[in-house]
Design a protein around this ligand. Structure first.
Ligand SMILES: Nc1ncnc2c1ncn2[C@@H]1O[C@H](COP(=O)(O)OP(=O)(O)OP(=O)(O)O)[C@@H](O)[C@H]1O
Ligand SMILES: [Mg+2]
Length: 370
């Protein structure tokens, strides 16, 4: 069922790999939603995602992107490892005991999530000025001027939701917010919380909230949060998943009064459980759409800042005009393509290279679908 058997990940172009990754993510989401998810198929799916991200990293010459793809590959490998299928018919009590000792409960219950120090702030986010000032007012100022806000009875939110099409900068904005708040953050997805063993997913949620309290002040980014907080009324939802959603929604308000901010990102806000936006949960939500012309120009500017550019020859207003419907991720890709071409010619990046970058990169989002 997985196409890469015919063609290995290494043989695919970057565009084909990205397309394949979208397909695999959709397949993983479909499999997870089945009432009795096929763990072996899920593990295979995660493994292929790992291979695709590794192949993308191998093809990437821009170090930060290469690093990002390698870290995604490592995350999918971790998720695949957690899905290791065990043939229960062959497990004797001794084997089970040994298994528990090696990989089981105790160790998992205390395992640290991967907390990171922020590397970007709002100055690394092109455009989005209105959203930045809303976030300042809502989440940053109340932390910096705590007493004043307490006096006026203005609460600090514990949950914010960013919704919108892929590649528009939801995760980027969340990381920049961590930078503005000068807080360590955790970037996590359902794959790292969900466990096929009964009761383990709930323990992971508990562990997540406990660690958040220990690490506060901190920020947790939950990528594709719609996959975690699914509609509990849906017939397609497994009992285990329904329990997990309930546990998460029950535990989140326990963060009230704690210096923990959870930022959820989603492409499918409408698919989430209706209880998601109650106070104490994701009470504030923002849509981050495709960038307008002024925003596109700033995004291009940011991604060219640390590259050798022949400034006098470059007119970013023209490139911004030529890139209507491009997401921020697409614009970043345009600058990478331009840089690659200039590197080949051993020269500065010029308007010609940027225009060729535009020709090479197609917009990845169909605006009529959003
Ligand atoms: N406003 C921006 N300014 C500069 N770069 C940006 C901006 N928004 C996004 N980017 C770049 O685009 C890339 C993709 O953004 P990001 O991963 O945040 O998208 P996303 O909305 O979370 O996508 P998805 O829905 O697929 O998770 C980032 O690596 C970042 O470098
Ligand atoms: Mg994201």
């Amino acid at each position: 069922m997985f196409g890469l058997k015919k063609q290995s990940a290494g043989d695919l172009s970057k565009q084909e790999l990205k397309h394949r990754i979208q397909e695999l993510k959709a397949e993983a989401s479909r499999l997870s939603n089945e009432s009795d998810p096929n763990q072996e198929m899920l593990a295979k799916c995660f493994k292929e995602l790992e291979r695709c991200f590794r192949a993308l990293a191998d093809k990437e010459s821009f170090p930060p992107l290469e690093e990002k793809y390698r870290s995604k590959a490592a995350n999918w490998r971790k998720a695949a490892d957690q899905k290791r299928v065990v043939d229960t018919s062959s497990i004797t009590p001794e084997v089970e005991h040994e298994r528990e000792g090696q990989e089981g409960g105790q160790e998992n219950a205390t395992e640290e999530f991967d907390w990171e120090e922020p590397e970007i702030d709002f100055s690394d986010v092109g455009g989005r000025d209105e959203l930045k000032s809303r976030l300042w007012e809502l989440a940053i100022d109340p932390v910096k001027n705590k007493e004043q806000h307490r006096t006026y009875g203005v609460p600090v939110p514990n949950g914010i939701l960013f919704a919108g099409p892929p590649g528009t900068g939801k995760s980027h904005m969340a990381k920049a917010l961590a930078g503005e708040l000068d807080r360590k953050y955790l970037d996590i997805s359902l794959a790292e919380i969900r466990d096929s063993l009964a009761g383990e997913s709930e323990k992971n949620v508990k562990r997540l909230f406990e660690q958040a309290k220990e690490h506060q002040p901190c920020l947790i980014i939950i990528d594709e949060v719609d996959a975690l907080i699914q509609q509990r009324g849906s017939d397609d939802l497994s009992a285990g998943m329904r329990q997990l959603v309930s546990q998460f929604l029950r535990d989140m308000p326990s963060l009230k009064e704690e210096d923990v901010l959870i930022v959820g990102t989603t492409n499918f806000q409408g698919d989430m459980d209706d209880a998601v936006d109650r106070p104490g949960r994701f009470g504030q939500d923002f849509t981050i759409g495709l960038p307008d012309k002024a925003c596109r120009q700033e995004v291009l500017q940011i991604h060219l800042e640390d590259r050798p550019v022949a400034s006098s020859s470059v007119d970013l207003r023209e490139i911004a005009r030529l890139t209507q419907d491009y997401s921020c991720a697409d614009l970043e890709e345009v600058t990478v393509e331009a840089a690659r071409k200039a590197l080949k010619e051993d020269t500065y990046i010029t308007q010609k290279h940027l225009k060729r970058g535009v020709q090479q990169v197609d917009p990845s989002v169909n605006p009529s679908k959003w």
